[in-house]
Design a protein around this ligand. Sequence first.
Ligand code: HEM
Length: 124
Amino acid sequence: MEVLRVVLLAGHLAALAVLLVSVVVHLGAGRRIGAVLPAAAGALLGTGVLLAAVRTAGDMGNNEPKLAVKLAVAVAVFVCALLARRRPDGAHAAASRNDRPTGPLPYAVAVLTIANAAIAVAWT
Ligand code: HEM
């Protein structure tokens, strides 16, 4: 159970790193958000829920109010990441990788994610 927890935690932190790098790369290159951002947001959400489950199963204890807040923020991050991929006109047609990123959503993803990381570390 401990090995599983550590593997999941490594995945959780890797998803966090990929998500933030994805935002910076896309905004830095002035490009549209790709599939990596929602994938990383989904991985962060999924590994987080699995971590909580493994900790519960292994009698390691959970800070439930903190997890509820993190879950709500992580869902908001995931929704913003999905919406950030949409073209401004809502069209599904093959979008060019060189389209401009869509508005403030990528910034919202980054800010909410950093806020959730701060909650994870500071709320003891
Ligand atoms: C944007 C989304 C998220 C971010 C940025 C994030 C960030 C982090 C960070 C930095 C840690 C390591 C520090 C620590 O151990 O407290 C962590 C651990 C953890 N996260 Fe998340 N998290 C997110 C979503 C979630 C969700 C949705 C859940 C579950 C509802 C969750 C559950 C956990 C648990 C249980 C740990 C502790 C693992 C352990 O040490 O055994 N996380 N998270």
